[in-house]
Ligand binder design. Structure first.
Ligand SMILES: Nc1ncnc2c1ncn2[C@@H]1O[C@H](COP(=O)(O)OP(=O)(O)OP(=O)(O)O)[C@@H](O)[C@H]1O
Ligand SMILES: [Mg+2]
Length: 510
């Protein structure tokens, strides 16, 4: 099989190739949850195989089994026809199976090079780490992958996108034949996604098998040769990605029709609620001005790094503005801490669920109600516990949080289900102003539509909403107006009727 043939028409070529990895009859049970039930699929050499399924379908669990992190309760795994039994991730790596995780796992205070070669550092004659060699090896690896990151930089100083590239390089450095990528593009810019895809195509041409988990349908059509769908811990089907349409896949994933992808309601638009004028955070963004009216959803578009999240953080007092003004209903207000923002009726869903969002060791109920406790549900000094619990449970149900109970520790939820709990937390606060930063990142199509419906309903009650999103269809589908940023400045504000892929990208690239 020639490389070009693999690139051009992989699925049919691949059909003739023997499976690189074959999984059969996998059962995995967690307390109260059958995460995988009799699941299997085949990965062929020289192909990209996507795994699709709703949040909690079992994708990450299956991958963690293949990567030696979990041991299955039943079932077998064959590599090139030979049964393998792994007891640790190191066993898997030694067999040539490497995984890039959904939640990044690098050591923040160590350098890039130390992270890549951790446990495999080159040693000198005295048995100490040979740093010169360590950095040389890393530079060579990065050059091969065309990654431009300084191997001596500490991880903590890197953007999330760069960290993701380091994780990818680390997995490739094991020279594995099977590479597992669990939502690898969640924090990448478009240029970086293109870069990652070039790396993937190159690996595929070398005959590697790549398992690719994503919730982004366009990625599936762009990079995957085949895909398998999982639902509720069960295997549903495998197809070549050329055989199906978007709607076919959604139907297989959710097992029901999704009638409307962006259920935006027509609601009356009221007075200006939030007014931002010439807002600056020195060295980060400058002269940002816009208004949001009651009932209005203002989308904020721009490339990653354009300053959108920084504006949100300034509004909420996380990193307060150094100049400019904020008024709420015409009254100027100083917001220098999140407590002040909350008191002024603001709510903020941050983009980074691991660092600023979840309390990983608390249960769903406690994570959901942490923002509302001191507000709506206190009457005469008492917390209305029953009502609160009821509303949290109702919210979890609407967002289809997949869990055995509200008492489940949030760490045990799948990535997308953790995100749903956080979205629910802020939707329950009943704010005057709601700021959402990448609200549907990692969320499956069905739950996405439900979150959009809830946001639309909130707007209908007069809440002013600012929604930052890197997903163009979401911005265009949900916004009344779109504020576009580039390089720390607002490059334009478009009305709904004027906002489209081209007009927004034009301003985002200015
Ligand atoms: N360590 C654990 N303890 C208990 N339950 C778990 C654990 N890990 C996963 N689960 C449960 O197993 C099921 C499958 O989770 P998994 O993370 O595999 O889903 P996923 O398909 O990757 O979803 P997502 O798209 O949200 O990432 C979920 O119901 C989840 O809550
Ligand atoms: Mg997952």
């Amino acid at each position: 099989m020639s490389d070009t043939a693999t690139l051009d028409r992989p699925a049919t070529q691949a059909a003739a190739a023997p499976p690189l990895l074959e999984i059969n009859g996998i059962l995995k049970i967690f307390p109260g949850v059958v995460a995988l039930n009799n699941v299997g699929f085949k990965l062929r050499a020289g192909t990209v195989h996507a795994l699709m399924g709703e949040n909690g379908a079992g994708k990450s669990t299956l991958m963690k089994i293949i990567a030696g992190i979990y041991i299955p309760d039943k079932g077998d795994i064959r590599l090139r026809g030979k049964a393998i039994h792994m007891k640790s991730p190191l066993d898997a790596l030694n067999l040539g199976i490497a995984m890039i995780h959904q939640e990044l796992n690098l050591m923040p205070y160590m350098t890039v090079a130390e992270n890549v070669w951790i446990t495999r550092e080159p040693k000198n004659a005295f048995g100490f780490v040979d740093h010169a060699e360590l950095y040389r090896k890393t530079a060579a690896l990065f050059a091969e992958l065309n990654i431009k990151i300084d191997p001596r930089e500490e991880i903590q100083n890197l953007s999330v996108a760069s960290r993701q590239m380091v994780e990818i390089a680390k997995a490739v450095s094991w020279n594995s034949d099977v590479l597992i990528m669990d939502e690898p593009t969640s924090a990448l810019t478009e240029t970086e996604v293109a870069h990652l895809f070039a790396i993937i195509r190159n690996l595929r041409a070398k005959g590697k098998g790549i398992i690719y988990i994503t919730h982004k349908m366009n990625e599936l059509f762009e990079i995957a040769d085949e895909f398998s769908v999982f639902r509720d811990g069960q295997y549903i089907a495998t197809h070549a990605s050329t055989e199906v349409t978007r709607d076919d896949i959604i139907r297989m994933m959710v097992g029901r029709e999704i009638t409307q992808m962006f259920p935006k309601m027509e609601v009356p638009i009221g007075e200006v609620v939030l007014s931002v004028k010439d807002l600056c955070v020195e060295g980060i963004f400058k002269n940002v001005s816009f208004d949001i009216r009651a009932g209005e959803i203002v989308g904020m578009a721009g490339l990653v790094g354009s300053g959108r999240s920084n504006v949100a953080e300034a509004l909420f007092g996380v990193v307060p503005a150094t100049s400019g003004s904020i008024s709420i209903k015409g009254v100027p207000i100083t917001i220098s801490t999140p407590t002040q923002a909350l008191a002024a009726g603001m709510a903020f869903l941050t983009e980074d669920r691991k660092e600023t969002g979840c309390f990983l060791s608390l249960n769903i109920q406690d994570n959901m109600d942490s923002a509302v406790l001191n507000q709506r549900y206190v009457s005469k000094g008492f917390v209305q516990g029953d009502q609160l619990a009821k509303d949290c449970a109702e919210m979890a149900k609407r967002l289809r949080v997949k869990t055995p109970s509200m008492g489940e520790i949030i760490q045990n939820l799948s990535g997308g289900n953790q995100q749903k709990v956080l979205v629910g937390r802020w939707l329950l606060t009943n704010p005057r102003i709601l700021i959402l930063d990448e609200p549907t990142r990692g969320i499956d199509v069905g739950a996405k539509a439900e979150i959009h419906r809830l946001v639309s309903e909130l707007a209908g009650t007069g809440v002013a909403i600012l929604m930052i999103s890197s997903e163009m269809p979401e911005v265009l589908g949900m916004s009344d107006r779109v504020v576009v940023m580039h390089g720390g400045q607002v490059t334009g504000i478009l009305d709904r009727k004027d906002a489209n892929q081209v007009s927004v990208m034009d301003l985002a690239a200015k």
